[in-house]
Design a protein around this ligand. Structure first.
Ligand code: DX5
Ligand code: ZN
Length: 209
């Protein structure tokens, strides 16, 4: 059975939506962080974002869409965080940042954009607990799933197998019940708009498992 992570990026009322999600069996809350540089949009500063602990007791998966993960890792490691993931496309020293995450005894992951080849992940595979495959261009919620992601997930699965590693595959963007045949090899599905825009969160979450 797949695990489900809920993104609240499209939420118009975060306290209310997180409270509603807390009453479901969703596995993780997916926290999207944008710096206005790596992607155009910007999310609220950590001083405000850290207050989400008031509304959820779920473990957090942190998705850093930022140029400098090293500035954000120590902050988000403070929360009830299961995993911190940042983009393989960043200019920072990736191994150093992965080690920084590990130093907080938190799972680490890399995120791969639609136009980036899975081979870019090879040097880091032995250090990874998780890979987040973007199935939309990062930056906003509510976009449509890019169909080519299906092959990319298969390629990644083969690559991980060929190295005999145990790395979870998480897919993020445009996830809904009509594209499930394209994400069969994923271990975790991250969904935002599909859940948040509905009036029955649990029903939508169950439909993705
Ligand atoms: C996109 C974000 C996603 C997104 C998922 O840049 O990383 O987490 O909000 O939401 P939906 O399911 O609306 O595409
Ligand atoms: Zn995300």
């Amino acid at each position: 059975m797949k695990k489900i992570s809920a993104s609240f990026l499209s939420s118009k009322n975060i306290p209310v939506d997180l409270t509603k999600l807390n009453d479901t069996d969703v596995d993780f809350i997916h926290v999207d962080i944008m710096d206005g540089k790596f992607v155009k949009n910007k999310t609220m500063p950590f001083s405000e974002m850290k207050n989400i602990y008031k509304y959820t007791s779920k473990r957090l998966e942190v998705h850093l869409m930022v140029e400098n993960p090293s500035k954000y890792i120590p902050l988000y490691a403070e929360l009830n965080t299961e995993c911190i993931m940042f983009h393989v496309e960043v200019e920072e020293d990736i191994l150093k940042d992965l080690e920084l995450i590990k130093s907080f005894s938190i799972k680490c992951g890399l995120v791969i954009n639609p136009d980036t080849k899975v081979n870019e992940l090879i040097p880091y595979l032995p250090y990874l607990d998780q890979v987040l495959v973007m199935s939309v261009y990062p930056g906003e919620g509510g976009q449509e799933f890019i169909p080519e992601t299906e092959n990319k997930i298969k390629e990644l699965k083969e690559l991980i197998k060929s190295y005999n590693l145990n790395i979870l595959i998480d897919v993020d963007g445009g996830i809904c019940d009509s594209i499930l045949d394209k994400v069969e090899d994923a271990d975790i599905l991250t969904a935002g708009y599909y859940i948040i825009s509905s009036d029955n969160y649990q029903e939508k979450i169950t439909s993705l498992r």
